[in-house]
Design a protein around this ligand. Sequence first.
Ligand code: ADP
Ligand code: MG
Length: 700
Amino acid sequence: MSGRPFILDALFQATKVVPGVGPRIGKLLEKLTGPRVVDLFWHLPSGVIDRRYSPPLRSAQAGQVGTFTLRVEEHFPPKRQGLPYRVKCTDGTGWIDLTFFNVKGDYLEVQLPVGETRVVSGKLEFYSGYLQMPHPDYIVREEDRDQIPPVEPVYPLTAGVTQKVLLKIIRAALTRAPELEEWLDGPHKQREGWPDWYAALMAAHNPEDAAALSPEHPARRRLAYDELLSNQLTMALVRQNQKKQKGRVLAGDEKLYQKALAAFPFELTGAQKTALDEIRADMREPARMHRLLQGDVGSGKTAVAFLAMVHAIGGTGDGHGCQAAIMAPTEILARQHEHNLTPLAEKIGLSVVTLTGRNKGKARKEILEKIESGEAHIVIGTHALFQEDVNFHDLGLVIIDEQHRFGVHQRLQLSEKGKLADVLVMTATPIPRTLTLTLYGDMDVSRLNEKPAGRQPIETVLVSSDRMGEVTDALARKIAAKERIYWVCPLVEESEKLDLAAAEDRYHSMKEHFGERVGLLHGRMKATDKDAVMTQFAMGELDILVSTTVIEVGVDVPEATVMIIEHAERFGLSQLHQLRGRIGRGAGKSTCILLFSPNTNEVARKRLTTIRDTEDGFVISEEDLKLRGAGEMLGTRQSGLPAFRLASPEFHQDLIATAFDDARLIIDRDPDLLSERGIALRTLLYLFERDTAIKYLRSG
Ligand code: ADP
Ligand code: MG
């Protein structure tokens, strides 16, 4: 049973209840807008037709849409097939031909009787020196002049649905829009100068000019804010619910923890210390931890993860130890964690197992047994960890090392595995603060914004690819000096096959030039082959590793000091930053060469200078967001971003921050949304289909 207020019911009916929507259009709308009436509300115009242009014909410009009061002079039926039917008209200052293809003369004689005056609106064209208006949009009598809207919205379309049809349907749908109790904070609304929800919706669909389409327009901002608030409120409710969930106190084992600290050959950075203080404090609380650890590449998340695991393994403080699991997005990364963590763990007497899709049969069974008996303290794996038959002895901490972003609900699912386990999510992609709020508003956040000491800055240079010869010469010198080189091949749009071809070509030409010590790595290789090549490179058996962007995901070879990125102009800034993070990991000085194609335009070149001039991933991500928008920046498919219909993360950053604060304040004051505003906010949640969030509320 739905607790949705009745007033919204009409909005959640199928579009077929709207006049003009039959089965055929209904199907098309389903793809274009969505299946329900409310989806039509959210389909906002992307343009306007301004019909107010109305000069004397003598000075009218072709290409413009305009409205004219004309006297009909003469009809000219087409002389032969393929020519239009012409109706010659005048406004007293000049002449115009209204032209029609495939329209019956009888009909036109009724519409445009000779000697009478009509108001006509449409697009002007010049055709061999004559002013024309092909197929006017409107032909009305003078007294019906106001049937022609001065400004008309233009909607994004799909094949099979015309502008005229969609406009009519949306108009009809909007008649079902109710007035709703205000859910916004009064003073906030006033400060922003926002209209009521109903008025905002109407204004958004009736733009008075092109400026009204701007995301900055008060009506659009109000609607965007409503959507963002529903999103943030949902996350605040998820968070509140998680805080109420029973977890357990993991006090840790201080002796073990100190031993682990001593196992590192370095001091923790201030940021690492702070993050660990926050993480350990969460684990000591009886509520479950849901924390995000955000850190740039090379900021030392692995060390933090390890120490968090050691704390969890220390257990409940009464001698009862726990297990900790870390889930990586790919086989390579799981193996890398294994490679990095195993020696550390062994130093302090902890045992590690790794479980991925690659483990089959008897080997898999043995691993499962170690997980189930508790013999394994640290469990590393891929998604394979979350399969049915994986049973932990006593899982205290789950770390999710994210590559693709999981949505709130997927996160909830994953954390089900260890019923009471604390959850730490790690991301290696710095993202702008506002996107962090949108994606992880349900979590507490720790940021590693400091690089370990002793890192040398990476020198980044932009080089036009017609200077490839100089680059290869420079490489020869680097190789002579025993440095190791990543060569990243261009990203070819949407096509893994072409990516591969480009990488293979480069691989062969590098081999010709530099001999056998060149390797190739790409996404289509078998996991074992990938590992073999990576290992060769890591061991120094290869000087150059040619690859597609598969190396983006956190491979660590401290001896690699040079990175060449071909066609750097085709990559996003954040992606370039991620790639570059593969070098500059050791003590040696590192160089990143961004090769761009000589015909790269000024804007794209300028974009690359951002990468050249800073290594701060958070700064780069803010820039990337502005340049490309959130979907592009995060990778459309894996962005994990909620599919906003009204808000746009790049334009409404200030609103995201406000909605975040607003939502947390609301929940603090009225945790079950029972006040007058709370009830209105419930309606808001239903309006944006956050029904699941409402499950978390005590009913009023
Ligand atoms: P991330 O996972 O954040 O990309 P890593 O944890 O892999 O970074 O750390 C990158 C490198 O820095 C590793 O070689 C690691 O041993 C080293 N490192 C981590 N923390 C410190 C520190 N506090 N001081 C010096 N080196 C560190
Ligand atoms: Mg790491």
